[in-house]
Design a protein around this ligand. Structure first.
Ligand code: SF4
Length: 439
């Protein structure tokens, strides 16, 4: 595919493009006379009431289509990706998870992206270290918003050290320009014990608050450490005591911002509360759940959805059998509590939660999203378990029936003689599937 001919991968049924008989495999040559180099340019160019598309059909015929539409109406064209190649990051962060992957995994897993288009399209977080002035101008011109930014610290000497990149010190200038351009931003901090917590964290939150409301909130997640850290920067993990200290500090900040501006502004991911053995935070504390992709408020949201769905079950259900729910070590207490609630509401159902230890990445990795098919097989082999095994979809590669270690759902089903039922990470979906498959 030439960069000026963009392959159309799919045409949404009933869309404008469908009505105009644009087909999968056709090529987009230009919009309003401009070549389209990436998906953001595409989105920008179609945001108009009159759009002229130049399309090359499979037989080489060129169509010029004049389209009148609502300003923000989509055309219904889908492309393979972001049109040209995604940009990779130029950092070597001391906490980078990709650097802690074992050798021999699928090549795509080692790709370190740092691309504004992926931030906008998929919510990825950017370090803003490989960005140029013209990129900032483009973000502002094309209104690429929101932009998710990996901040980690606002002490620029420390940031250069943490990201191993001499260009890491322009962060606040870029954020300032984005704020002036009225671009919405969300920030993320990966917290490493003794490195960027304590007074460094306080400073970072204060500095970031200068960019509120365009920079709307900050999520803090603890560093994840696999067993493959030979030769990497020595990092420790959070324990009950140090996680509590972080929670206490952050609660003080939350109270301050809540009083001052009506939002907590800074949020901790659920892992901190789990490590500290703290109580579940109330649902309301997560406000709009705008950092849930960072694991901020997942437990509160899950419990809320589950309770709502349980409350909606009016009649008693007969013929219930059994099931088990697989999870990581962190979420085990949450799933155990969910099982009790479900069993109370559905008498006759046998339901248990089982945590899979992470042998693949090492004992410090306790989240469900990094559990592999191999660990499931080795830890459940020979055990007397229910045939109905529920797993969250984050255990699989996005959109594929394959675990991170390339073992497929089918492999696990055959080896353990079970049926795997994939659920969204959503209490309501889990309950629906339990009711559907355990009868
Ligand atoms: S920005 Fe840092 S953490 Fe993210 S992929 Fe690059 S090196 Fe890894």
């Amino acid at each position: 595919m030439s960069c000026c001919k963009v392959n159309i991968q799919e045409v949404l049924v009933g869309s404008i493009a469908d009505e105009l008989e644009i087909e999968e495999g056709d090529k987009l040559l230009s919009i309003n006379g401009e070549k389209v180099m990436d998906i953001l340019e595409y989105k920008y160019l179609i945001s108009d009431e009159l759009v002229i598309l130049e399309i090359e059909k499979a037989d080489g015929e060129i169509w010029e289509l004049e389209i009148e539409k609502e300003y923000d109406e989509d055309l219904g064209l889908l492309f393979g990706g972001i049109i040209d190649e995604p940009k990779s990051c130029h950092n070597k962060c001391i906490f980078c998870f990709i650097d802690q992957l074992p050798k021999g995994m699928r090549k795509t897993l080692y790709f370190k992206d740092d691309d504004t288009r992926l931030s906008f399209l998929q919510g990825n977080f950017l370090s803003l270290t490989n960005i140029k002035d013209k990129d900032i101008e483009k973000i502002i011109r094309f209104r690429i918003s929101p932009i998710n930014i990996s901040v980690h610290t606002t002490d620029m000497k420390l940031r250069k050290k943490m990201l191993n990149n001499k260009n890491a010190d322009k962060l606040l200038d870029y954020i300032k320009r984005l704020k002036d351009g009225n671009i919405e931003m969300k920030a993320q901090i990966v917290l490493c014990p003794g490195i960027n917590d304590g007074h460094q964290l306080n400073k970072a939150i204060k500095d970031l608050y200068e960019f509120y409301p365009q920079l709307s909130c900050v999520a803090i997640v603890p560093v994840g450490l696999t067993k493959y850290r030979d030769g990497l920067f020595p990092l420790g993990e959070y324990n009950e005591e140090t996680a509590r200290e972080v929670i206490e500090e952050v609660e003080i900040m939350q109270k301050y911002y809540l009083d001052a501006i009506g939002t907590r502004f800074v949020f901790l991911s659920d892992e901190f509360y789990i490590i500290a053995n703290n109580e579940t935070q109330p649902f309301e504390n997560y406000e709009g759940f705008s950092q849930i992709e960072n694991g901020v408020g997942m437990k509160a949201m899950f419990n809320y959805e589950l309770q709502n769905s349980l409350d909606n079950i009016q009649k008693s259900l007969g013929g219930l059998t059994s099931g088990i729910i697989l999870t990581g070590e962190y979420a085990l207490p949450i799933l155990e509590e969910a099982c009790s609630k479900i069993k109370n509401k559905l008498p006759g159902l046998e339901l248990n939660a089982v945590a899979i230890k992470n042998e693949f990445f090492g004992p410090l990795i306790k989240v469900s999203g990094l559990i592999t098919g191999g660990d499931i097989i080795s830890q459940l082999k020979g055990k007397d378990i229910s045939k109905n095994v529920f797993i969250p979809d984050n255990m699989l590669r996005s959109g594929e029936p394959v675990f991170l270690d390339d073992i497929t759902i089918k492999d696990v089903e055959e080896k353990l003689d079970i049926r795997i039922i994939v659920c969204k990470q959503d209490g309501s979906d889990l309950l629906d599937r339990i009711i559907k498959y355990c009868r």
